[in-house]
Design a protein around this ligand. Sequence first.
Ligand SMILES: NC(=O)c1ccc[n+]([C@@H]2O[C@H](COP(=O)([O-])OP(=O)(O)OC[C@H]3O[C@@H](n4cnc5c(N)ncnc54)[C@H](OP(=O)(O)O)[C@@H]3O)[C@@H](O)[C@H]2O)c1
Length: 231
Amino acid sequence: MGLLPNPFRAIVIGSSGTIGEAFMHLLENNPQCSSVVGIHRYSQHPIDYQNLESIKICVDALTSEAPFQLIINTIGILHTGDWMPEKRLADVNAEQLEELMRINAIGPALTIKYFSKLMDPAHSLMVTLSAKVGSIEDNRLGGWYSYRASKAALNMLIKTASIEWARTKPNSALIAMHPGTVNSRLSKPFRGEQIGRPASDAVADMFKVIEGIQKEDSGSFVTYAGEKLPW
Ligand SMILES: NC(=O)c1ccc[n+]([C@@H]2O[C@H](COP(=O)([O-])OP(=O)(O)OC[C@H]3O[C@@H](n4cnc5c(N)ncnc54)[C@H](OP(=O)(O)O)[C@@H]3O)[C@@H](O)[C@H]2O)c1
């Protein structure tokens, strides 16, 4: 049996994104989920990783609504108005590396730090979306330096926190999840519309995996199909 109780209460962080919005829709229509709070840059209690203090302010505002049993963080960037993923070493630059580290690794790490206070000590899980291209062992193609490095850093932060949680939150699981290639704003410049799946299909698969997660799974990097990925 998984960690999610019936009923459970959820938070989706990055609920304005393609995958975040699809998770909101799925959870709003799941009778087991008694409430779901969506957080994004313009929500009632906003989080903007360009202003890292917003994370703690958001958590302070949600404290009276705790505990939550499921927290899903979908925030992430691959490209911005200023940057496309680097194809070669010559494209690597400090500004892009800093920006992707901030949004894909530092923001999510502080989110784990602060949101862990809202979690139900009896049974809860926190899932952060990572990416298979963040796997160091699986890196066969190269390129995309800052995205790969930021997701690899995120994976290490999740793994490290999960080891601490095994002592401090023994009934909770912390997971890095790869959603697969999804047709979204993030994947659009990379033929996402042609090769990506609809977000509704991806979140339906991811939720099946989430339902089966047990505390022993904490600290793993899994795909939408429930397969373990190498770090
Ligand atoms: N799509 C794929 O094929 C794919 C594959 C592997 C992994 N992933 C991962 O899945 C996650 C969701 O991706 P997606 O495809 O749903 O992308 P998306 O549609 O572009 O959504 C990205 C989300 O991140 C938020 N965000 C970006 N910068 C932010 C900031 N500074 N502060 C707060 N929020 C910020 C966006 O908010 P705004 O709406 O305000 O911009 C949006 O909610 C990401 O972590 C991504 O790396 C996606």
